[in-house]
Design a protein around this ligand. Structure first.
Ligand code: IPE
Ligand code: IPE
Ligand code: MG
Length: 263
């Protein structure tokens, strides 16, 4: 990996980028290949996205790798994706660790086949000292499910008298979600030509800037990523205020999710 060389000032670059990596299947089919070959090619694009993020000193990258709805796909495709995850974990772990990249999972890691789950848990553990960047993989992830699970956990604690309803605010609620260690999403990118969220980070992307790209995920390269960050850097994020207020008060008025904070 090259040395960090951020092209954008810290004040204007996103802290948390999330990507819906869509279009592997169509990329493959357009070339007369199996869908699984598209996923394999997609893994190279993952590698490049991680490297770019690290070089641009973006602290959090969250990748939608497998949704809870994707279990409905043909088992041969699901198996290929699970195998690729194992391969990715094994091939990339040394470089991830060397580069100070911590690995994290959002979603339901318990749903994965045990071999895949073990490989993912191993890479998380192996890279746990990383303090330069956090790479989160969304696996068996559903945004609604994550919200509902959090509500249920709080209801159980409330019934036991451990939580008072008036204590529950946005940060308190977020601490029950599998994304609890991540800040708000600043920039959400989707490749593959569709302008939808497909149940990704519904709570966390409340004020994210959205970028929908027509290219398929395997074609997502460093220059495309940098172009998305450049556009992001030109946006005025108002968080409900007027432009004049933003100019006067800066970004400080908006209270983003504060992972790990108490109270
Ligand atoms: C990859 O793209 C996303 C995953 C679910 C792994 P797709 O497999 O959805 O590709 P398309 O949308 O069918 O082209
Ligand atoms: C979203 O892509 C999920 C991932 C990228 C992992 P899908 O291909 O599953 O989304 P839909 O079905 O087109 O909405
Ligand atoms: Mg798709």
């Amino acid at each position: 990996m090259k040395e960090a060389n951020p092209l954008f000032d810290k004040a204007v670059r996103p802290r948390h980028v999330a990507i819906i990596m869509d279009g592997n299947g169509r990329w493959a089919q357009a070339r007369g290949l199996e869908r699984a070959e598209g996923h394999a090619e997609g893994a190279n694009a993952v590698r490049e996205a991680v490297t770019t993020c690290r070089e641009q000193e973006i602290e959090y990258l969250t990748l939608y790798a497998f949704s809870n709805a994707n279990w409905q796909r043909p088992s041969i495709e699901v198996e290929a994706l699970m195998r690729l995850l194992v391969e990715f974990a094994e091939k990339e772990k040394a470089e991830l660790r060397e580069n100070g990249i911590r690995v994290n999972v959002v979603g339901e890691i318990e749903d994965l086949p045990s071999h895949t789950r073990r490989a993912v848990e191993h890479v998380i553990d192996y890279c746990s000292d990383g303090d330069r960047m956090t790479l989160s993989l969304a696996l068996s992830y559903g945004g609604r499910q994550d919200i509902v699970n959090a509500a249920r956990a709080l209801a159980v604690r409330a019934r036991a008298g451990l939580v008072l309803p008036e204590e529950i605010d946005e940060n308190f609620f977020h601490r029950e979600m599998t994304t609890h260690s991540l800040p708000d999403v600043d920039l959400l990118i989707r490749t593959g030509g569709e302008a939808r969220l497909s149940d990704f980070l519904l709570f966390e992307a409340a004020y994210a800037e959205l970028a929908f790209l027509d290219i398929m995920w395997p074609d997502f390269k460093e220059d495309t990523f940098i172009e998305c960050v450049r556009r992001y850097a030109t946006k005025e994020r108002r968080f409900g205020r007027t432009s004049a207020q933003v100019a006067q008060e800066g970004a400080k008025v908006f209270q983003p999710l504060r992972p790990g904070s108490e109270g």
